[in-house]
Design a protein around this ligand. Structure first.
Ligand SMILES: [Zn+2]
Length: 191
């Protein structure tokens, strides 16, 4: 259906807002509702200070064809907010259907995620340093750190220990042997 003869078209563009205490919510119809025939009405709801969630009502059978502004507003009214358990900024309440972040605001949640990633990376780096030290002890002088890009499947990282500085040609030959389509995705580290 084109937008000219679609009587529901205005609902796609409709932006609802709602203020709950210090929290400002903004909601619109999720694109999947009009893209898939018969899809249950759902909204994508954003908090002004970051984060979003999807809200739908499993007990309702409203679809795009039968949606109204008041049906959308009723959905928005299902969204609960709370204060972030850590910093008191507005957050989605854990009681919301999905996806909740245990009552943390977007900033605190993402901050935790970043810390987790940083810790993981630090651990990986420490493990790599240990491997390099071991290789050096065994008489290797350089390590080639490369990404093997196979024709099918995921890329994988390899480390090739060398005695003496490897030439580009040797490295390319080695990567070819390992089944890589790309032969110049590597760095050479002196041990
Ligand atoms: Zn917070």
């Amino acid at each position: 259906m084109t937008q000219e003869n679609d009587p529901q078209y205005h609902l796609r563009k409709l932006k609802l807002t709602k203020q709950i205490g210090s929290a400002t919510l903004e909601a619109e119809m999720s694109p999947c509702v009009w893209m898939n025939n018969g899809y249950p009405l759902q909204l994508t709801v954003k908090l002004e200070n970051g984060g979003h969630l999807i809200v739908s009502d499993p007990t309702s059978n409203v679809t795009y064809q039968t949606a109204t502004e008041s049906a959308m507003r009723a959905l928005l009214d299902l969204v609960k907010v709370c204060e972030c358990q850590r910093c008191n900024a507005p957050a989605f309440a854990p009681s919301n259907e999905r996806p909740t972040r245990d009552g943390l605001c977007e900033k605190c949640f993402m901050g935790d995620l970043r810390k987790e990633l940083d810790a993981k990376q630090a651990k990986e780096e420490a493990a790599a340093e240990k491997r390099f030290a071991k290789a050096k002890k065994e008489g290797f002088t350089h390590v080639v750190i490369a990404l093997v890009h196979p024709t099918a499947g995921d890329d994988r990282c390899v480390e090739i220990n060398c005695r003496g500085e490897p030439t580009k040609r040797q490295i390319r030959a080695e990567l070819k042997k390992l089944g890589s389509e790309v032969l110049d995705d590597f760095t050479v580290k002196k041990l």
